[in-house]
Design a protein around this ligand. Structure first.
Ligand SMILES: *Cc1c(COP(=O)(O)O)cnc(C)c1O
Length: 395
C-alpha cells in the first residue's frame, strides 16, 4: 500500500499488514490452527510447495495468522521481509546459525542479552564459529576488531541491564565497508523508538515476548531485513522447526495494536521515574539513556525517538540484603523475569536476564550484583513514584 508510507507509527501499529474486510469477512485476523492446507489440483499444490504461487502447505513453514504478524512488524521496521520464531532466542539462533558457516567470525558486544552471550561463549566454539565480544561502548576498539576481519556485526542497544547505547550508524558503516552483515537486537527500543535498518543495519531482531506483545502472555521472536538474508533465515527455521504458534501470533498481533500508545506512555513514565530516582538520597546510581548525565545520552538523542521504558539503579550501601528488603516492598511491580509488559516489573539481573551467567561473568560484564532492573509499565506515574518512594523509605 502506497499510503502506508504516509502513515505514522500509531496508525501503522493498528492498520499495518491488515486488510479491510469487504464482504462480511472478519475484521480481526483469524487464528488459523490448521496444521496443513489442502489442494484439489496437484499442479496448484506443487506451485505453492515450490513457492511459485502464494499458498500455505504446512504450518511449520508458513501459516496465515503468523504471516499477518510478520507483515505488521516488517512494516513497522521499514524492512523488505520478515520471518518469525517461537521465541526471541529462536530468532537470534536463526540469524547466527542460519547465516554463518564454520570458520566465520562475529564481532559483538560484552553487554548482549544473557542468552545471546551464552550462544557466543558456549555454542559458537562447538560449531567452529568465532565471536569476539568487545567492550560495549568502546567504538574504536569495535572498529579495530571489524577491520581485522568480520562476517557479521551483532549489536544490541540499549543494552541489558545497564542501558548502554551503541552507535548503530557508525559501526554499521564500518562493518558494511568490510562486507559484513549487520544485525541489531531492537527489543528494548521497539520500532516506535528506533529503526536500526534506517541507521544502516541489514537485520533487526525482536524478542516479541517483550514490548511487541506487551502483555506477558505469549513468547515469540521476529527478524526483519533484506529479502535474501530473510529467506536463508526462514529456511533454517522451517527445517529446525522453531516455528511461532498461530495463537501466540494472534496475541502478539493484538498487542501491537496498542504498541505506540504503550511505548509513548512508558517513555514518559520512565523519564519521570529516572529523574525522581536520580535525586533520591537512598539511590546510588541510575542508568537511563534519557538522563543528560548518562554516558550514551548524546548518541541516544541522535538515533532514538524516545528513550524507552527500561531503567536500572543501585541502592546506597550496595548490599544484597538491602535489595532483598526493598523488592518485596514494591506493591506496583511483579517481581519476575520479564520486561516490556503493561505492568511494571522489577528484578535483579542475577536472577533474571543474566541468570545464565556466573557471578564472575556478571562481574566481568560490569553488572553490580545489587542492580535493580525496573521495566516501567503503563500505570499512572504518580502511583509508581509513590510506590518506589515508600519502599525506599523502609530500607
Ligand atoms: C528477552 C530477550 C531476548 C530473548 O527473547 P525470548 O523471547 O525470551 O527468547 C533477546 N534479547 C533481548 C534484548 C531480550 O530482552
Amino acid at each position: 500500500m502506497e499510503k502506508e508510507k504516509l502513515w505514522d507509527m500509531g496508525t501503522l501499529s493498528v492498520w499495518g499488514g491488515e486488510k479491510q474486510a469487504t464482504h462480511g469477512e472478519p475484521t480481526q485476523i483469524p487464528v488459523v490452527h490448521s496444521v496443513s492446507f489442502g489442494y484439489q489440483d496437484v499442479d496448484e499444490w506443487l506451485k505453492a510447495a515450490l513457492g511459485i504461487k502464494k499458498g500455505h502447505i504446512y504450518s511449520r513453514n508458513t501459516n496465515p495468522t503468523v504471516d499477518a504478524l510478520e507483515e505488521k512488524v516488517r512494516i513497522l521496521e521499514g524492512a523488505e521481509a520478515a520471518t518469525s520464531f517461537s521465541t526471541g532466542m529462536g530468532a537470534i539462533s536463526g540469524v547466527l546459525f542460519g547465516l554463518l558457516s564454520k570458520g566465520q567470525k562475529v564481532v559483538s558486544l560484552r553487554d548482549t542479552y544473557g542468552g545471546t552471550s551464552k550462544i557466543f561463549m558456549e555454542f559458537f566454539p562447538k560449531s567452529g564459529l568465532e565471536a569476539v565480544l568487545c567492550p560495549t561502548t568502546d567504538f574504536e576498539q569495535i572498529e579495530n576488531e571489524i577491520e581485522k576481519g568480520c562476517d557479521l556485526l551483532y549489536l544490541e542497544t540499549p543494552t541489558n541491564p545497564t542501558m548502554k547505547i551503541v552507535d548503530i550508524k557508525r559501526l554499521a558503516h564500518k562493518a558494511k565497508a568490510k562486507g559484513a552483515i549487520v544485525a541489531c537486537d531492537n527489543t528494548f527500543a521497539t520500532p516506535i523508538n528506533q529503526n536500526p535498518i534506517a541507521l544502516g543495519a541489514d537485520l533487526v531482531i525482536h524478542s516479541a515476548t517483550k514490548y511487541l506483545g506487551g502483555h506477558a502472555d505469549a513468547l515469540g521472536g521476529i527478524v526483519c531485513g533484506k529479502k535474501e538474508l530473510i529467506s536463508k533465515i526462514f529456511h533454517y527455521k522451517e527445517i529446525i522447526g522453531a516455528t511461532l504458534h498461530p495463537m501466540s501470533a494472534y496475541l502478539l498481533l493484538r498487542g501491537i495494536k496498542t504498541l505506540e500508545l504503550r511505548v509513548k506512555r512508558q517513555n514518559r513514565n520512565a523519564m519521570e521515574i529516572a529523574s525522581f530516582l536520580s535525586r533520591h538520597p537512598k539511590v546510588e546510581q541510575v542508568f537511563y539513556p534519557g538522563l543528560e548525565f548518562h554516558e550514551g545520552h548524546d548518541i541516544a538523542k541522535k538515533q532514538m525517538r524516545g528513550y524507552g521504558g527500561m531503567l536500572s539503579f543501585t541502592l546506597k550501601g550496595n548490599s544484597f540484603e538491602t535489595v532483598k528488603k526493598f523488592l518485596p516492598r514494591l506493591k506496583l511491580a511483579h517481581k519476575a523475569a520479564n520486561l516490556g509488559a503493561v505492568e511494571t516489573i522489577a528484578g535483579v539481573p542475577a536472577t533474571t536476564s543474566h541468570v545464565e551467567c556466573s557471578a564472575e561473568e556478571r562481574k566481568a560484564l560490569g553488572i553490580p550484583e545489587t542492580l535493580i532492573r525496573y521495566s516501567v509499565g503503563i500505570e499512572n506515574v504518580k502511583d509508581l513514584i509513590e510506590d518506589l518512594d515508600s519502599a525506599l523509605k523502609e530500607v
